[in-house]
Design a protein around this ligand. Sequence first.
Ligand code: NAD
Length: 299
Amino acid sequence: MAKLGFVGLGIMGSPMARNLMKGGHEVVAFDVVPVLLENAVAAGAQRGASCADVAARSAIVITMLPDGPEVEQAVLGPGGVLEGAGAGTTIVDMSSISPLVSQKIAAAAAAKGVRFLDAPVSGGEPKAIDATLAIMAGGDEAVFQAVLPVLQLLGSTVTLTGPVGAGNVTKLANQIMVACNIAAMGEALVLATKAGLDPEVVFNAVKGGLAGSTVLNAKAPMVISRNFKPGFRIRLHQKDLRNALLAAESMKVGLPLTSLVQQILMSLMNEGKGDLDHSAIVNFIEDMAGTEVKKPGAE
Ligand code: NAD
């Protein structure tokens, strides 16, 4: 078993590191928040002193950080992964970041003989815990094959989608479809509710037809029962759509719907709703109509 490094022990990283240990690997872990590192050590991880220290002690280093700036800091910054990594080390960044940043980090890594894969995930905390994440990777086939057994300890589907950056392009495509789907669902259910219909009856009537979707099945019941507990937070989805728009601009691609939903997400963050589930996108449309999507007579 290879010795693995793990940097970023938050909502996703903490259970992922545990699953690597369950799979029989030794894990050297690090997070800038001391209590998160303590928890990982209590769960059996070896204590890393810094990102560089983790890299110096591991053949493969996995990073699971909030966004591109944090990944740049943790990998390229002083005391970062690249400082400690030797030639032949592989970095697997599983954060959801801009594909442009993935490519920048891969180039800096290659200059040191370090291999790099971007491998963001879909599925959220429950699937991180169950090791059933959907993992979408970008990089060289040989690097992918070398780390595949490790990634298979974290996810139920692991797909190489293209060269470095392709994993994050795929993740952004996923995030665009989910966010626009929730917004469309919100418009539909607000219209039906304002027309005096029971939104649950409408949901049950349409879910078996062409409008049916995984998003509809997961999010309509949450909205109707007024449960906006995350799940996937508004602020993370706003970040993902911002990265989608930046990547699209670099390729001169217009994303009008993504742009609109990204503005809705920003407005919700400014209303203090950044930590609600992304199903709260519906709140923006409800506010415009002065109607809440709920069963008739419900409080
Ligand atoms: P999180 O904020 O809970 O965890 C990130 C961790 O990184 C934190 O513990 C933080 O202290 C640590 N960190 C930040 N900078 C660091 C540095 N320089 N060195 C070491 N540690 C550092 O975030 P999360 O929910 O675990 O998400 C991680 C990534 O996974 C994000 O890109 C997110 O978009 C993506 N993602 C999250 C979910 C979800 O449901 N939470 C689902 C799919 C994908």
